[in-house]
Design a protein. Structure first.
Length: 183
């Protein structure tokens, strides 16, 4: 997770605390949960997919408080089993990139996230508003993610990245290396 996110979140929390906003304790708890995940879960080979989703939702909640009305976000999940396990922090970097590199167009940053599973596949798609002047297809973060996927899912993943004039889309398909228990 990028240190700039932590800096922005702490600044937002500071502003909320000065106003004595009711959301401040919730923000602190969500940030604490994310830091706990970063510190203690990333060393595990696998985590439950629902835990990863829970932390994505915490991340999104913190960003929603920061972006306020300029954020238009959709998050759809269709999870076939509660026993699916994945490597930790597999999807969060994509979500973080959508906020970090997304472009506010017509007063809104638009982000759409979709996660779907079946017994042999996980499909993850994220689309955010973007512009042609921002080219992140070959950035260092995406390069690191591609390398990690090659190591974790050799010949068992398909990553497609597309950028149009107004959108940036990542579609990831993971197959067969899923750890399913009692499905």
């Amino acid at each position: 997770m990028h240190p700039h996110f932590l800096f922005n979140t702490l600044n937002t929390m500071y502003g909320f605390a000065l106003k004595k906003a009711d959301e401040t304790p919730e923000m602190i708890l969500k940030l604490s949960n994310l830091l706990d995940y970063l510190l203690y879960q990333v060393d595990k080979p696998f985590v439950n997919l629902n835990d990863e989703i829970y932390h994505i939702e915490d991340y999104i909640s913190l960003e929603q408080m920061r972006f306020n009305d300029t954020l238009k976000l959709g998050f759809s999940k269709n999870i076939s089993s509660e026993f699916i396990e994945i490597p930790p922090m597999l999807f969060i970097p994509f979500v973080e990139n959508s906020f970090k590199h997304g472009k506010i167009i017509n007063g809104s940053l638009y982000i759409s996230i979709f996660i779907e599973t079946n017994p042999t596949e996980i499909k993850f798609t994220i689309i955010n508003s973007s512009s042609n002047d921002s080219n992140f297809i070959d950035g260092l973060g995406l390069h690191n993610i591609k390398t990690r996927l090659k190591l974790l899912y050799p010949d068992q993943h398909l990553l497609k990245i597309n950028q149009s004039e107004t959108e940036f889309e990542v579609a990831l398909l993971l197959t067969s290396k899923l750890k399913l228990e009692d499905v």
